[in-house]
Design a protein around this ligand. Structure first.
Ligand SMILES: N[C@@H](CCC(=O)N[C@@H](CS)C(=O)NCC(=O)O)C(=O)O
Length: 216
């Protein structure tokens, strides 16, 4: 039995959901729609954050750990390329997404509600752009996906965050990808790929609903 606690708006949740979809497991997964921070999530994991996966009684938080667990239990298709350099790049890009992009993304999303001050906007976009610059160094340009010609941990982690970059830049009146053309090109090319396209469509709908609720 597979169950995923998540919401379509969350790029962390989408990492787990894309993983399930790519493994052909989404149809048999019960999706529990929830935002983070609830008492019900707190009973499953101390972080109280989405996503949380349940698999035959095993309860697992943290999106990257969930993706790695799914790859261990359901090995095909693998989320790691064959070549050691590409495998390392896939892991590195996922780590860059978590360490240097995700924190600034969260500040900007929370700031939509709390009306981030102008100086904080600039600081946060500078930090976000620095994180994107780190990804830029390692993104492959001549491959179908971020690290190779197959979907990997890099795409599961990076693509959902990059999806939001133009949306958040638009919301805050900032430029998207000012010095990161490779990231921008990657976003265009990945948005057409199987599994990612569905995630992006779900995020688009969820983001529009979020914007509408903030404007009301
Ligand atoms: N490191 C976590 C981050 C997950 C995360 O920040 N989830 C957000 C939603 S996008 C959340 O549940 N926030 C609620 C809270 O922190 O109380 C992961 O990779 O799964």
């Amino acid at each position: 039995m597979l169950k995923l606690h998540t919401t379509d708006l969350s790029p962390f949740g989408q990492r787990a959901k894309i993983a399930l979809r790519a493994k052909g497991l989404l149809d048999e997964t019960e999706l529990v729609e929830t935002y983070g921070g609830t008492d019900a999530l707190g009973e499953l994991a101390p972080m109280r954050q989405i996503p949380i996966l349940e698999h035959d009684g095993f309860i697992l938080p943290e999106s990257q750990t969930i993706a790695e667990y799914l790859d261990d239990v359901f090995p095909a298709p693998s989320f790691l390329p064959d070549a050691p350099n590409s495998r390392a790049t896939a892991r590195l890009l996922a780590r860059i997404a978590d360490l240097y992009i995700a924190p600034h993304f969260l500040t900007l999303v929370i700031g939509m509600r709390d009306d981030l001050r102008v100086d904080q906007r600039v600081t946060t976009f500078n930090a976000l752009n620095q994180g994107l610059g780190f990804a830029e160094q390692y993104l492959a340009e001549d491959t179908l996906y971020a690290a190779s010609d197959t979907l990997s941990f890099a795409d599961l982690a990076l693509a959902p965050f990059l999806f939001y970059v133009p949306h958040l830049a638009d919301w805050y009146g900032m430029g998207a990808f000012p010095n990161t053309l490779k990231c921008s090109n990657y976003l265009s090319r990945i948005s057409k790929r199987e599994h990612i396209d569905k995630a992006f469509a779900e995020m688009e709908t969820a983001y529009k609903a979020r914007v509408a609720s903030l404007k009301n």
